[in-house]
Design a protein around this ligand. Structure first.
Ligand code: 13P
Length: 341
């Protein structure tokens, strides 16, 4: 495969394909395994991820890239094959989460700042040797307007960190996924999400420009514009599509080749139908696809349940979600196709 940043980015958002986010940190994967009553050991984490990466045609047809955690990029499958080689053999690009998590932002209660810039140049060089051709850095912006969250300072500091990260990635020959996630956990309405996402994206693209990041060699991983989960007013796919696209037309330069959404706590089908609604009203200046964690993994995790005899069932569940989201990335998903499986 070509090593030009633009070509790697184009491959990551190839037609009908999207990204599998399997980069849960040790703390997060433990929480996921707790839901199936499975201990989070190195072997169990390996077995689970190997099951996904070996899911056959659905991996080949619908998954363009896989985001890995530091442990996984170094791991070998049960038969000794490096997991990175399994991903490459399926035609997907290996990627790596490089941030060190979102921490409390000093002086601004309720705000977070993502850490991980110190030593990043050296870590990126090692990840390149291990096969990574893209990376991910997630900034977390919560909404709690009554308490002044997010502050302008938190939006600006996170945008600046994302830009420093992106510049270091490109220097290392690695495509940065820039992820400024405005959380959907709050009680806010959809218009508040729109406004906070607008401020976040405008700041982000200002910083990326100032830091000389080549937008053609980046992928944006944003939240959709959607009401907070605790608002009691669920947003329809049409409303999500209309407001998200309206925002992106104002805030995301067309030099960006692709936008790969996070699922952020949407249900599996919600994440699929919202993405589909956006692609059904194209064409758009950027590819719109998925980079889902929970919305791709919740079903296979529960079908597997940590049991060897359920590996095939787990792979079928993953294949189904990958196919449904692949269709949504082309605007060809329907509720009937969802049920037909
Ligand atoms: P979710 O799709 O579960 O939000 O995870 C995607 C991700 O990689 C968040 O950083």
């Amino acid at each position: 495969m070509s090593e030009r940043l633009e070509d790697i980015a184009a491959a990551m958002v190839a037609d009908g394909k999207g990204i599998l986010a399997a980069d849960e940190s040790s703390g997060t994967i433990k929480k996921r395994f707790d839901t199936i009553g499975l201990e989070s050991t190195e072997e169990n984490r390996r077995d689970y991820r190997e099951m996904l990466f070996r899911a056959g045609d659905a991996m080949k047809d619908c998954i363009s890239g896989v985001i890995l955690f530091d442990e996984t990029i170094r791991q070998k499958a049960a038969d000794g094959t490096p997991l990175v080689d399994i991903i490459k053999a399926a035609g997907a690009v290996p990627g790596i989460k490089v941030d060190k998590g979102a921490k409390a932002f000093a002086g601004f209660p309720g705000d977070k700042i993502t850490e991980g810039l110190d030593g990043l140049r050296e870590r990126l060089a090692e990840y390149y040797e291990l096969g990574a051709r893209f990376a991910k850095w997630r900034a977390v912006i919560d909404i709690d307007t009554a308490n002044g969250v997010p502050s302008g300072a938190a939006i600006a500091s996170n945008a600046h960190a994302l830009a420093c990260y992106a510049a270091l990635c490109q220097e290392a020959g690695i495509v940065p996924i820039v992820e400024p996630e405005v959380l959907m956990d709050g009680a806010h309405d959809i218009d508040t999400c729109y406004e906070v996402s607008r401020l976040t994206l405008l700041k982000l693209y200002g910083e990326l420009y100032a830091c000389r990041v080549k937008l053609e060699g980046t992928i944006l991983k944003p939240n959709m514009v959607i009401a907070g989960k605790k608002s009691g007013k669920p947003s329809s796919p049409e409303e999500v599509a209309e407001k998200t696209l309206k925002l992106f037309r104002q805030a995301v330069p067309v030099a960006v080749p692709g936008i790969a959404f996070l699922s952020g706590g949407q249900s599996d089908e919600e994440a699929t139908s919202n993405l589909n609604a956006m692609n059904a009203i194209g064409p758009h200046p950027w590819k719109l696809t998925f980079s889902y964690g929970r919305a791709l993994q919740a079903a296979p995790l529960s079908a597997w349940g940590g049991k060897k005899e359920n590996v095939a069932a787990g792979q079928r569940a993953f294949a189904h979600r990958a196919r449904m989201n692949g269709l949504a990335a082309s605007g060809k998903w329907t509720g009937e196709l969802e049920k037909a499986a």
